[in-house]
Design a protein around this ligand. Sequence first.
Ligand code: SF4
Length: 121
Amino acid sequence: MCMFKLRPHHALCIQFFEGKGYSDEFADHMRRVIDKLGEDTEIKITCENDDICSKCPNLKQGTCVTQDKVSRYDRKVMELCGFYAGQILTSKDFLEEAKREIIDKHRLSEVCGDCAWKCGQ
Ligand code: SF4
């Protein structure tokens, strides 16, 4: 079983992904990551660059160019979902918790209201 490292706020991005992204390479890569996420796939939560960031054009010299913003998103998702850095859980639990605590409770704007993608908002 392969374990993915994912940032907390990517539990939201994954659920709204429609095949678009910061570049074609990034979008293809994100699709591949999502396709590999079976319900029992283990996720390790990280607040640093993750397996989705790895092909992002916004990753410059190992740092996201919107680091302050995405770290704020990560902190809010952790607060609302009870996630913590280093936590290992299944993909199913990772995504369902974000759906239950944020999407279903209409709290997306509270978490990532200033995201350019405006997914689900
Ligand atoms: S914008 Fe930043 S956090 Fe989002 S995928 Fe790209 S590098 Fe990662």
